[in-house]
Design a protein around this ligand. Structure first.
Ligand SMILES: CC(C)(COP(=O)(O)OP(=O)(O)OC[C@H]1O[C@@H](n2cnc3c(N)ncnc32)[C@H](O)[C@@H]1OP(=O)(O)O)[C@@H](O)C(=O)NCCC(=O)NCCS
Length: 217
């Protein structure tokens, strides 16, 4: 299993997720969270490398689209009611990765295919440069049970600390496996927003909001 920051070349040649130094702070997992708080559990070593070839871009976008589609088909409430088509999912990832405030990490299987991903959404708001939101923690069903999720979350926390971010936030479907994992990984629960997201069949489900303080800046 490998976990790495994902960068794609910008049209002009520069990386859209530009900073190798930022991505390079990702770590071998198993890091604790903020002092006194548990972090994601230890995971297998995660090698790091920047992905910057155009050839890789197409293959990786395809894998990311597959991961997203698979998770929605598996019932994950991550923005879609019905799974997007491959074309829609690929277009969504393209736009997502092109946003300069997004940092994305991926986990690969032994053949190099992306099977897991998680991202940080930074903010360009002047009063929010110390915080970021964890979004789109997704593991393909075929790759679950291999500690990709804790590995990605530990990597993100390490990155955030190195970037001197002091606050992370996220929300996840109330009652989901992810909700219980975040609690176990030391995230503090703010509360639940009822009727937040629509699921297949039209019912509305709650989302639970979490935060994690990473220490003073
Ligand atoms: C939640 C999710 C990211 C977990 O990914 P994962 O890589 O399979 O997680 P792991 O296998 O490493 O499991 C992490 C822990 O959860 C436990 N776990 C995994 N599946 C479980 C299940 N079905 N029931 C109970 N515990 C489970 C593991 O035992 C492990 O515990 P441990 O650290 O004490 O050993 C994955 O299920 C997923 O992608 N779900 C759909 C998308 C989603 O809901 N994302 C969250 C959006 S905020």
């Amino acid at each position: 299993m490998r976990i790495e920051p994902l960068t794609f070349p910008a049209p002009g040649g520069g990386a859209l997720v530009s900073s190798n130094a930022r991505g390079g702070t990702a770590v071998r997992s198993g890091r604790p969270g903020a002092p006194g708080r548990p972090g994601p559990a230890a995971a297998p070593a995660a090698g790091l490398s920047l992905l910057d070839s155009l050839a890789a871009r197409t293959a990786d976008l395809s894998c990311l689209a597959d991961v997203l589609i698979d998770c929605v088909q598996g019932g994950a409430s991550v923005g879609w009611v019905k799974a997007p088509t491959k074309e829609q999912a690929t277009a969504w990832w393209s736009a997502f990765l092109a946003d300069p405030d997004h940092r994305t990490w991926v986990g690969r299987d032994d053949s190099g295919r992306i099977v897991a991903t998680a991202s940080l959404a930074l903010t360009s708001k002047a009063n929010g440069t110390h915080r970021a939101e964890v979004v789109k923690l997704l593991v393909h069903r075929q790759a679950r049970g291999n500690k990709f999720a804790p590995g990605l979350m530990a990597t993100i926390e390490r990155f955030a600390k190195a970037e001197r971010l002091s606050l992370l936030t996220l929300d996840t479907e109330t009652g989901s496996l992810a909700e219980s994992l975040y609690r176990r990984w030391g995230w503090s629960e703010v509360g639940a927003v009822p009727g937040f997201a629509k699921v297949a069949g039209g019912a509305l489900v709650s989302t639970t909001i979490f935060y994690k303080q990473l220490g003073a800046r």
